[in-house]
Design a protein around this ligand. Structure first.
Ligand code: AMP
Ligand code: MG
Length: 344
């Protein structure tokens, strides 16, 4: 029998709702100098730290024994040169928790430094930081994992309208999925929840492909080849963050491709970049695997060590898409072999 995870759902929705409000507020006053550069050079914002602090705080209140595996930690934030950023993070967190002190905020952020366990939460406080800074899509992504399998996922998408063609100006969308119980969409306050389903498209040629906006995060050229092989004529829908999973779950795209970028062929996907999004699609009737058709295994640490790339579809198209991916990967291997021979 499927469990209902009522207590978990309530806490996760509350956490993501508070974080989404915090991010929206920071975005609206984003000024020069409020970002800094991490070692991996991805921009980190006040909202990123604030979001992680409030979410860890809410989770720890309700589930004191659950480990949290999250993207950020407070090391950079604690450096003297970042004091003004820390002060700003604290100010934003105080909108939700008025008594929060700088020490507490760093401590809450660092609750996210734990290790995978039989049961744990995984969090991306802002997925798609580049989209956030550009004013495009980003997501707050939280998931509960048990036995390496995602049981619950909540995705807050503050810049995503409730329908891609909707005239709604702002407001955002929230997605909640529970294993065996479907996916619902609502506004960011989780009011007016509506069940969503993937598209009913059965012919690949009619499908719309979604992929990263950033060309460095996946292989756009191979994606184009795959789309050609499948006779897809619509241009790809390029979007940052796990908002891609959300638009596929509600039928606005039918194929999500994420083949490793040629610049980073050995890249392993991070668990928090896919946990919440994958259950949002599966519970809306779709399928998510890696590029070789393997189930995503969330038990291997902070990264999906046993998987390469991501392929998600409305389910009906999955086998056809995997076949096209296999053809493309095979061709690519041959090309590389030829190149090696030419060089040798
Ligand atoms: P997206 O917005 O879908 O392009 O994905 C954003 C996520 O891509 C970030 O949260 C990063 O963790 C992740 N990322 C960073 N570098 C790479 C890479 N070389 N390949 C795949 N994903 C990456
Ligand atoms: Mg991310």
């Amino acid at each position: 029998m499927n469990r209902c995870f009522d207590k978990e759902k309530k806490a996760a929705i509350r956490a993501v709702t508070i974080a989404s409000r915090l991010c929206t507020k920071v975005r609206s006053v984003l000024v020069e100098g409020s970002t800094m550069v991490k070692k991996d050079r991805s921009p980190v914002t006040i909202a990123d730290y604030g979001s992680q602090a409030v979410i860890c705080r809410v989770l720890r209140d309700t589930f004191p024994n659950d480990p949290i595996v999250a993207e950020e930690d407070s090391r950079e934030l604690n450096k003297a040169e970042n004091q003004s950023i820390l002060e700003e993070v604290v100010r934003r967190v105080q909108d939700a928790f008025p008594d929060a002190s700088p020490r507490q905020v760093c401590c809450w952020i660092d609750w996210g430094r734990e290790e995978n366990a039989e049961r744990f939460w995984t969090l991306d406080p802002i997925d798609g930081t580049k989209g956030f800074l550009r004013g495009d899509q980003y997501a707050i992504a939280l998931a509960l994992i048990e036995g390496g399998v995602v049981q619950l996922g909540v995705l807050g998408c503050p810049n995503l309208p409730l329908g891609i063609h909707s005239s709604q100006e702002a407001g955002g969308a929230l997605f909640v999925a529970i294993k065996g119980r479907g996916t619902v969409q609502s506004d960011l306050d989780a009011l007016r929840q509506v069940p969503i389903r993937v598209s009913a498209i059965a012919t690949p040629a009619q499908a719309r492909v979604t992929e990263s906006f950033e060309s460095g995060h996946s292989d756009h050229i191979s994606h184009e080849e795959i789309a050609r092989y499948l006779n897809v004529s619509a241009p790809p829908l390029r979007m940052d963050s796990q908002a891609k999973y959300a638009v596929l779950a509600r039928g606005e795209a039918s194929i999500y491709l994420r083949l490793p970028s040629p610049e980073t062929p050995d890249y392993r996907e991070k668990i928090w970049d896919h946990a919440a999004g994958s259950i949002v699609i599966e519970e809306a009737g779709g399928r998510v695997t890696d590029a070789f058709g393997k189930t995503l295994d969330f038990s291997q640490g902070r990264r999906l060590e046993g998987n390469r790339g991501i392929v998600a579809t409305n389910g009906q198209l999955h086998d056809a898409v995997l076949e096209a991916v296999a053809v493309e990967l095979g061709t690519e291997m041959q090309d590389r072999g030829t190149r090696k021979k030419d060089q040798g």
